[in-house]
Design a protein around this ligand. Structure first.
Ligand SMILES: Cc1cc2nc3c(=O)[nH]c(=O)nc-3n(C[C@H](O)[C@H](O)[C@H](O)COP(=O)(O)O)c2cc1C
Length: 371
C-alpha cells in the first residue's frame, strides 16, 4: 500500500504552522441562527480539530454589507454577537490543538440553493446580473465597491484580532468576487471591468491589498479561486497559462500567500493539451506560474464529485494513491477535504493511524445535521 507520510509533513508559511497537509474545505451549513454562530457550531469545528485536521477553513461567513448573504442562517463575520460566537469557535479549536481560518464571503447576486429568503437590502453585483442575460439585483456604485473592499479588510482584521491563524477570501464559484472576474457577469466599462481577465481582477486585487494592509505583513492570506462557476460549470477565466499568469500573479503581488484552487475533481489536468491527461491540475499550474503555495481540492477519497451531494447522493470511499503521487512530486502544498469530513470527523486520524477499514465515505444524511 502507498505510504501516506507525505500528507503528514508539517507546513509553515509566515505565522502559520501546520502539523500536516490536510485542510478542511469550507462548507456552508446554514445552521447559524440569524447569522450568529453558537455552541453547536463551535462543537462541530472542535470535533474536526480533535480528528486531526491540519487547517480548518470555516463555512463561508459574510462581510459587513447589507446584502452580503443569500440565506438567513449563514453566519456573519461582523458585529459583537457574531464575533463573540466566532471567538468561542476559535478558542475551542485551539484547545483541541487545531488551526483555523474563517472563509470571508459576499454572495453577490447568487440565490439561495435551499429557499426563497432574500436580504432586506438590494442584491448587488458588478453589473446587476446573475449570469449572462439574467438580470438580478443592482450594479454596484463606486461607493458600494469601496465599502465592500473595506468590509473584507475589516473582517480579516477581526479574524486576526480574535486569534484565528489565517484568513481565506472566497473569490470562487460565481459569488461576488468571481462575478467581477467573469466576463459573463462583469460588463462594467470603468476600471473594474474590461476585456481581459487582468482588468476584471481589479476588484479582487483591491480586496486582497486592503486585506493585506489591515492584517500586516506576517499574517497569511489565502485566496480561493475557481475557473468554474455555479452559473456555468464549463466557464474558464483563464484558458491558457499566459492568461492564468495575468490573472494570478497580480493577486499574489497584492498580498495573497496561498492560492486555494477549487476543482470538483482534483485529478483533472488544467491544460491537458500542453502536458497530457495526467498533467498538472489547477493548483499545480497556479504554483508553477506564480511560485505561491497552493491548496488543491475535489473528491479526495470519494468516488463522485460534490454537486451530486446537492442531489442527495452519497459517495463511496476511494483510493488515495493518485493524490499521494501528485503531492510527492510537489505539485501542490496542501489538500482540502470536503464532504468526507461531514460524515467522518476522524477521517484524518484514521488515515494517519492506518485504520483504513474504518473510513466511512460520504453519507448525504450528514448535510442535515451539525454534528
Ligand atoms: C455542503 C457544501 C457546502 C459548501 N460550501 C462552500 C462554501 O461555503 N465555500 C466554498 O468555497 N466552497 C463550498 N463548498 C465546496 C467545498 O469547499 C469543496 O470545494 C467541495 O465540496 C469539493 O470537495 P469534496 O469533493 O472533498 O467534497 C461546499 C460544498 C458542500 C458539499
Amino acid at each position: 500500500m502507498t505510504s501516506t507520510d507525505i500528507l503528514f509533513q508539517p507546513f509553515k508559511l509566515k505565522t502559520l504552522d501546520l502539523p500536516n497537509r490536510i485542510v478542511m474545505a469550507p462548507m456552508t451549513r446554514v445552521m447559524a441562527p440569524d447569522g450568529i454562530p453558537g455552541p453547536a457550531n463551535a462543537a462541530y469545528y472542535r470535533k474536526r480539530a480533535e480528528g486531526g485536521v491540519g487547517l480548518i477553513l470555516s463555512e463561508g461567513t459574510v462581510v459587513d454589507r447589507p446584502a452580503s448573504r443569500n440565506e438567513k442562517d449563514i453566519p456573519v463575520f461582523h458585529g459583537d454577537a457574531a464575533l463573540k460566537g466566532w471567538a468561542e469557535v476559535i478558542n475551542k479549536v485551539h484547545a483541541a490543538g487545531g488551526k483555523m481560518a474563517p472563509q470571508i464571503w459576499h454572495t453577490g447576486s447568487t440565490k439561495s440553493m435551499q429557499n426563497a429568503w432574500v436580504p432586506d437590502a438590494p442584491v448587488e453585483s458588478p453589473s446587476g446580473l446573475l449570469a449572462p442575460d439574467t438580470p438580478r439585483g443592482v450594479a454596484m456604485s463606486d461607493e458600494d465597491i469601496a465599502d465592500t473592499i473595506a468590509a473584507f479588510a475589516s473582517a480579516a482584521k477581526s479574524a486576526k484580532d480574535l486569534g484565528f491563524d489565517t484568513v481565506e477570501i472566497h473569490g470562487a464559484h460565481g459569488y461576488l468576487i468571481d462575478e467581477f472576474f467573469w466576463s459573463g457577469t462583469n460588463l462594467r466599462d470603468d476600471r473594474y471591468g474590461g476585456k481581459t481577465i487582468a482588468e476584471r481582477s481589479t476588484f479582487a486585487r483591491e480586496v486582497v491589498a486592503a486585506t493585506r494592509a489591515a492584517v500586516g505583513p506576517d499574517f497569511p492570506i489565502i485566496l480561493r479561486l475557481s475557473q468554474w462557476k455555479q452559473q456555468d460549470l464549463t466557464a474558464r477565466l483563464a484558458p491558457t497559462p499566459d492568461e492564468m499568469t495575468s490573472w494570478l500573479a497580480p493577486l499574489v503581488e497584492a498580498g495573497a500567500d496561498i492560492l486555494h484552487c477549487s476543482q470538483r475533481r482534483f485529478w483533472e489536468p488544467e491544460f491537458p493539451e500542453l502536458d497530457g491527461e495526467n498533467g498538472l491540475n489547477f493548483a499545480g499550474w497556479a504554483k508553477k506560474l506564480t511560485g505561491a503555495a497552493t491548496i488543491s481540492v475535489g473528491s479526495v477519497g470519494l468516488s463522485s464529485d460534490f454537486f451530486t451531494a446537492f442531489g442527495g447522493q452519497g459517495s463511496k470511499q476511494a483510493e488515495l494513491d493518485q493524490l499521494i503521487n501528485r503531492m510527492e512530486k510537489g505539485e501542490f502544498d496542501l489538500i482540502a477535504i470536503g464532504r468526507v469530513l461531514l460524515t467522518d470527523p476522524d477521517w484524518v486520524a484514521k488515515i494517519r493511524d492506518n485504520r483504513m477499514a474504518e473510513l466511512k465515505g460520504f453519507d448525504p444524511a450528514s448535510l442535515g445535521e451539525l454534528v
